[in-house]
Design a protein around this ligand. Sequence first.
Ligand code: ZN
Length: 320
Amino acid sequence: MTATYQSVDVPFEYRHTCWFCGEPYFESYAFMPSPNYDHQTLPVLLPSCQECYGLCKGIKASDLELLRDKVKEQLHRKYQKHLQIGVNWTKEELEQSEFEGKALEGFRESAWAMFEIAKARVNYQGWPLTIDGLPVAALSTGFHIQFDGITYTSLSHAVEQLAKAYNIPQQYLEDVVEVVGRDRLSYAVRFAKTTYGYSAAEREASIDSLKALLAEEAAMSLPEQKKSKGVDVKVGDIAELILHRTLIPTHATQWVLRQGIKTLNQLAEQEDAFFEHFGSDSELTAFSYFTAMQVYLEHRELEPDWAEQQDPNRQWFDML
Ligand SMILES: [Zn+2]
C-alpha cells in the first residue's frame, strides 16, 4: 500500500484545532507547494477550520511558512474592522459608552469579543509541524512583527494594515518607518498620525524635520552614555573609615556614590552641587566632608590595589 498524502502529527491538546488560527477543526487541507522547488511528492495534510480551509484553496505558496503567512494576511484583511476595534477603543471605554438603540447596544456588547477573537486568530502560533516525529520544515517567525499586541507577518504587512487602521497614507507611513527604523514602529505611527495631513510638500517637510530631530537625539545620547550612573546605597550599608587621620563620613560617601563619582576630577566637577547639598547643614560640615572625599578618592586613585581589594566600600564603587 502506498501513501497518497502525509499527515502532520497533532499533539493531544490540539486535536480538533485549526493549525492556522486555533478555531475548531473542519477538514485537513492537502498542501502541495507551488512552485514545487523541493520536488515534494506527496501533499501534506494540515488540520484547518472551515474558513482557513477556504482561504488555503485560493493560495499558491512555495512552502508552508509562506502559506501560513498568506492565510494570516487574509485573516487580517477579512477581520480588519474587528481588529480596529482595539485601535479605536479600550475595553473600559466601550463598556462605559452610551450607545442607544438596539443595533448599537448590540455592537457594544459584542464588539470587544469580536476584537479578541480576531486578535487571537491572527496571533495564533500553531504547533511545531512534524510528520512521524520528524520536523516538516523549519518554520520561522523571524520576520513577524508585533504592534499593540497584534502579530503581523512582516514589517510591510504591519505598515499596510496600520496605515489603514489609522487612516495614514501608506506611502507616508512607509517613509516615516524608514527614517526611524523598524524597532520604533509605535513612534513612527504616532509621528505619522499627527503629521500626515495637508500636501505632499508639507509631508516632505515633516520627514525632513523628523530626520533633524533624530540626528539631534543621537547627538544628545552620546554624552549621556559617558556619564556613569550612580548607585543608591543606604547609609547603614556604607563603611566609615579613617584615612590619613581623616574620618571618611558615610553620608558624604553615600552622596558621592549616588552621583556616580569615583575620581577626583568627577568630584571637582560636582563641587558646587556638593556644597549646595551639605552646605544647608553648615558650611563647616560641607567643607570637612568635601575634604574627606578628596582624601578618600585620592587614596583610591593612588593605591589601586587597596581600592580593589581592601576598601570596605569597594563593592559599591565597583558598581559605578
Ligand atoms: Zn483557521
